[in-house]
Design a protein around this ligand. Structure first.
Ligand code: SAM
Length: 357
């Protein structure tokens, strides 16, 4: 029996978030500890793998914010969930090429998977001033720009659903007494325990609620850094904004959706973020949402097409074709352009909104 089966054997069923946490992050079983995950030969592809032009746009945004806060001599970039460290590598390389930028840069990386930390250390061995932090509150006092690509969508989520006016928590149990296969198990809960989610959802209109466990702790820490370090937070992810919840959980393997219950030891498990949850917690902390726009809108505003025009000068036909295909993947509304959103958060008095209007 693997760790999940042993737990179910002991407890009869476990909540979905605990199941996902073990399936993704357990030292032995966890997908993020063992598998070749990213890129065209892995299970899914993220924007920095499509083209470094994505990270270049983020670098332009970072340097513009640094100018907006009057060019402090020292700044930090904190990346949440850096994967194999590709995006931060591309960001550091491209920031170095921006001549107006002359601050001392310290990079903080926050990563849950021990295996990915090892890979990040290897991939970033050429760079100085990189510090891995288990607790993001450990960043120094310098102005801090926090970035995250597809971070929250990798959180273990809780799921609740309503049937005949009763609320149930989505759990996982054994299918039958031979204990060979797992299945969904509905655990009836006290309807009052759902009330705490009414901050984020209309619980009368919703039949399903999803809530990324731990998200509040993270948003509170990010809010603290924004306040104490003249900070700003830029994130990209897939999601929606609605007060009515929906079932968005899915398992991905080799770029396809697969059966979560059959493949859970060997696939990514993800969901669409309800951005209302993030916005609501940030607002409560007095942090403003500078903007929520499609990835397409953001990258075009930042000048991805103008940058592409400059890159393709003097390039061969194959390089030009590949760049065009990559940009299409990043911004085409039918590809990642509309499904992915850029969101930024900062202090109430912050007027910096590059990319968002
Ligand atoms: C979907 S991957 C995205 C990786 C990378 N940002 C990219 O765009 O390629 C999610 C990343 O977040 C990390 N992660 C998820 N939850 C985390 C947590 N609570 N603390 C730190 N890292 C976490 C995962 O291990 C992984 O590196």
């Amino acid at each position: 029996m693997n760790r999940i089966e042993k737990l179910i054997n002991k407890k009869k069923f476990i909540p979905l978030n605990q199941f996902i946490n073990i399936a993704l992050y357990d030292k032995k079983l966890g997908y993020y500890q063992n598998k070749k995950i990213f890129g065209r030969n892995g299970d899914f592809i993220t924007s920095p793998f499509i083209s470094s032009i994505f990270s270049e746009m983020i670098s332009v945004w970072i340097v513009s914010y640094w100018i907006y806060i009057k060019k402090p001599k020292k700044i930090n970039i904190l990346e949440l969930g850096p994967g194999i460290g590709l995006m931060i590598k591309q960001i550091i390389n491209s920031i170095k090429k921006i001549k107006t930028f002359d601050a001392k840069l310290t990079v903080y990386l926050h990563e849950k998977s021990e295996k990915l930390i090892k890979i990040q250390k290897k991939n970033l061995s050429d760079f100085k001033n990189i510090i891995w932090v288990k607790n993001i509150n450990k960043v120094n006092q310098n102005p801090t720009i926090i970035v995250a690509n597809e971070f929250f969508d990798a959180f273990p989520i809780k799921q609740f659903f309503k049937e005949s006016n009763n609320w149930y928590e989505q759990c996982i149990g054994f299918k039958n007494s031979n204990k060979k296969n797992i299945t969904y198990y509905k655990n009836k809960i006290n309807n009052n325990s759902i009330k705490k989610y009414s901050k984020f959802y209309n619980i009368n209109k919703s039949k399903i609620l999803e809530y990324p466990n731990n998200i509040e702790t993270y948003v509170n820490s990010i809010s603290r850094i924004i306040k104490n370090n003249n900070g700003i937070f830029l994130m990209f992810d897939y999601g929606y904004s609605s007060i009515v919840g929906k079932n968005t959980i899915r398992a991905i393997k080799k770029h396809r959706v697969v059966d979560l219950l059959k493949e859970y030891t060997d696939c990514d498990i993800t969901f669409d973020i309800n951005f209302n949850i993030l916005k609501n917690i940030f607002k409560r902390n007095n942090i403003q949402n500078i903007g929520t726009v499609s990835q397409n809108f953001f990258l075009q505003k930042l000048g991805i097409m103008e940058r592409a025009d400059r890159i393709i000068k003097n390039q061969d036909a194959v390089t030009i074709k590949n760049l065009i295909l990559s940009i299409n993947k990043l911004i085409n509304p039918k590809e990642m352009g509309n499904a992915f959103h850029a969101l930024a958060f900062s202090n109430k008095n912050c007027k910096f909104n590059l990319g968002f209007i």
